[in-house]
Design a protein around this ligand. Structure first.
Ligand SMILES: [Zn+2]
Length: 361
């Protein structure tokens, strides 16, 4: 029934729109945000890309006509429902390492690609040399970079400290987020309010505070940024470590946003006992869903491929088949587009704590 609808719809819109292909109209409603940390061959492999591979990424983007755009241009277009350029990409760096200044900035300037650096003001003050200082940040900002907020201390923000009351926790969040923004604004002039969650960790309480304070907030699980994204859970594709491989990055650069309207679990942190959480996703009916090959939807978690169960035309769920590890993990779901060789992509973040409620960095 669903297949039939899909065929009828695309045939009908083909007629109505003459030669304008449906696929192209829909392909510019999302942007792929890349997330980097270190650009160096002597830093921890899992969060690093070596300078040569980084250059290859930019080369690839340029040669394949990707449009690397400014984060604020992306936000404005998505907020106003305006079309984004075809194949739009936003480049971000977390932590503001000195090696980004040394090994990435010149290459980005050579390719004339805008980028954003999320910084930790308290850390850069205490560890000069390891992180870019305000002088370097001011210089790259003047050359077009956006400098944004990654919290004062790079803490696990959603972890309450022992004996900490709700009010004390909120006070600590105010320090970590608000005073970090004040430090950025004092040093660089008033900036747009973008926040990248340290470790990509958030919960509903933290999201509510960021919303109240007027921030857009970026996570670390994957999927394109689109009108279906929530303002405080904007997804990014990690491009360091094993994810720096161009062969696997290509599919992500070409991915399209799944039209997700609701999902469970809403918060990444699950109970320690919840070893095999069930993910449930509700999709918005419409042209995008009609272009999604829902029959070929697959989800991936911890090395296994999971076949989702459809509960209705717009709702599926998937239960993990293996226990998830302690710490952060994600479930990625993809479905091919019916009209072009690209994939719709959606990811759910999970954090499973150990018995004492903690988990590794
Ligand atoms: Zn970080």
């Amino acid at each position: 029934m669903k297949m039939l609808n899909k065929m009828t719809l695309s045939a009908a819109s083909g007629l109505l729109l003459g030669c304008s292909p449906l696929a192209q109209a829909g392909s510019a409603d999302s942007v792929v945000v890349l997330q980097y940390h270190h650009v160096s061959d002597s830093t921890p492999a899992v969060t690093s890309i070596d300078p040569e591979t980084f250059r290859e990424h930019l080369q690839y983007l340029q040669e394949h006509n990707f449009n690397v755009i400014d984060i604020t241009d992306a936000r404005d277009a998505i907020e106003k429902g305006e079309e984004l350029p075809e194949k739009a990409v936003v480049i971000t760096f977390d932590d503001g390492y000195q090696n980004v200044y040394e090994n990435a900035v010149k290459v980005l300037e050579e390719f004339e690609m805008p980028y954003t650096v999320f910084v930790n003001p308290e850390l850069l003050r205490k560890h000069s040399g390891h992180y870019m200082g305000w002088e370097e940040l001011k210089e790259i900002q003047q050359n077009g970079a956006t400098i944004a907020n990654h919290g004062q201390t790079h803490a696990h923000l959603i972890r309450k400290q022992e004996g900490e009351s709700d009010e004390e926790w909120q006070e600590r969040m105010r320090y970590d987020v608000i005073t970090a923004q004040e430090a950025i604004d004092e040093n660089l002039g008033e900036q747009q309010k973008y926040f990248a969650y340290p470790y990509g960790e958030y919960n509903n309480e933290l999201r509510a505070l960021l919303d109240e304070w007027g921030f857009l907030a970026f996570a670390q699980h994957s999927g394109p940024w689109s009108k279906w994204s929530e303002d405080t859970v904007i997804t990014r594709f990690p491009a360091s470590g094993i994810y720096a491989n161009l062969n696997t990055l290509k599919a992500k650069l070409n991915s399209k946003a799944m039209p997700v309207s609701a999902y469970q679990p809403e918060e990444p942190l699950v109970a320690h006992e919840n070893k095999r959480p069930t993910i449930s996703v509700t999709l918005e009916a419409g042209d995008t869903l009609n272009d999604m090959r829902t029959d070929a939807l697959q989800c991936f978690a911890g090395g296994s491929v999971l076949k989702p169960e459809w509960e209705s035309d717009t709702q599926f769920r998937v239960t993990l088949e293996k226990d998830i590890n302690i710490g952060r993990s994600r479930v990625n779901c993809t479905a091919p587009s019916a009209s072009e060789s690209r994939y719709y992509w959606y990811s759910v973040a999970l954090i499973r704590p150990n018995e004492s409620g903690s988990w590794p960095d």
